[in-house]
Design a binder for this molecule. Structure first.
Ligand SMILES: [Zn+2]
Length: 374
């Protein structure tokens, strides 16, 4: 075995010295260990295993060695490169696991978080109150009837025995959509001032007996203030049958207030005048808070009825025969009763609403407490 050629001794070739190879390997391992993320690791990989990395350059030197030196140098460089690749793969696995763990935490979806935090609204108490009153009558066999809010003047006034000179027909009380036309004062068009035209339509539409309840929106030319609103709601009742009397009306009213306010409630009637009923009456209900015990009793004042014992609810009466005739019903055979009242007013005394504007301004803070009403 000849002495090694000094000029090709791998130990003498600077890049192939064992300690040099170890240094390159250790630098690569240190760089991988120091890489904080996959991008940094990729950079370290290029620097330490790429085509221009020290180990790759050292590898290239091997080719110039004499055959007997190649194996040893090749083995040394190969082991170093193997160690570097292994370290890279290990660090890559480690960093990928870290990244996956981080993504799981950062992008986690908390399925326990509430997803439906949309504030719940509530139906308007005027609507629920109207339905509640209508339900009382539906349970007695009445039918809910509705009519147009833009109404012929004839249905709103003439059919209901309002004469041509009745003050309610003046512009200051009624919204006219179209004034009377033609030389003979043909019917104009108004925003209905009460739900009574629905009664006239119902009588013309169907044969007696008629039992209907008409909830709806009505219009008067009032300014909006604490106790007035130009748009408000009424509920009205009409019964047409053979042999109906004031006693039937009174019994029906008593049943209504008992259904709405309790079984010990009652009503009273006071004479009044309305064009479409004869006789007509104002209907009062017993104060459902003090049951009349505040009257003459200064120690127990009642805010709801102002210590009067009764609460004025609405108007009623026997349908005027002239209205029956105008609506095609034979007053010799049939009689009927009607009554109606304002929903806003009932809401005010039933729930101590002091300002009517609260009902129309659409603030959800007003309606929400009524949303739980069942
Ligand atoms: Zn009272």
């Amino acid at each position: 075995m000849s002495a090694p050629n000094k000029s090709y001794d791998p130990v003498e070739v600077e890049a192939l010295k064992p300690e040099e190879i170890e240094r390159m390997r250790d630098e690569a391992l240190a760089a991988f260990a120091a890489a904080g993320d996959l991008d940094a690791l990729q950079e370290a990989k290029v620097a330490h295993t790429g085509g221009t990395s020290p180990l790759a350059l050292a590898n290239r030197e091997i080719g110039a060695l004499p055959p007997h030196a190649k194996a040893e140098a090749g083995k040394r460089v190969g082991q170093a490169r193997g160690a570097v690749n292994k370290a890279f793969a290990a660090r890559q696995t480690e960093l990928e696991a870290e990244r996956d763990a981080r993504v799981l935490v950062e992008e986690a979806v908390d399925v326990t978080l509430p997803h439906d935090r949309v504030p719940a609204g509530a139906r308007h108490p005027l609507t629920t109150m109207m339905e509640r009153v209508a339900d009382v009558f539906v349970s007695m066999g009445y039918e809910v009837a509705e009519g147009p809010e833009v109404e012929a003047e004839w249905f709103n006034f003439d059919a209901l025995n309002f004469g041509p000179d009745h003050p309610a027909r003046q512009m200051q009380d009624t919204f006219f959509v179209e004034g009377p036309t033609g030389d003979h004062g043909e019917s104009g068009v108004v925003l209905r001032t009460h739900t009574s035209p629905v009664q006239a339509r119902a009588m013309l539409d169907r044969e007696p007996p008629v039992y209907i309840v008409c909830p709806g929106r009505v219009y008067r030319t009032d300014e909006l203030d604490a106790t007035h609103t130009p748009v408000f709601h009424q509920i009205e009742l009409l019964a047409i049958d053979e042999g109906l009397t004031m006693a039937d009306l009174k019994g029906t009213l008593d049943h209504m207030v008992q259904s709405l306010f309790g079984s010990d409630m009652k009503t009273r009637l006071r004479p009044n005048y309305f064009p479409f009923t004869e006789p007509s009456a104002e209907m009062d209900m017993l104060c459902y808070v003090c049951k009349g015990e505040s009257v003459g009793n200064p120690d127990r004042p009642c805010r709801t009825c102002s210590s009067e014992g009764w609460i004025e609810l609405g108007g009623c009466g026997m349908v005027n025969p002239r209205v029956l005739v105008a609506c095609g019903v034979d007053p010799q055979k049939y009689s009927g009763f009607a009554f109606g009242f304002g929903i806003e007013r009932m809401l005010m005394f039933r729930h101590n609403v002091e300002d009517m504007r609260d009902m129309v301004e659409g603030d959800v803070r007003f309606t929400r407490p009524f949303g739980m009403e069942i």
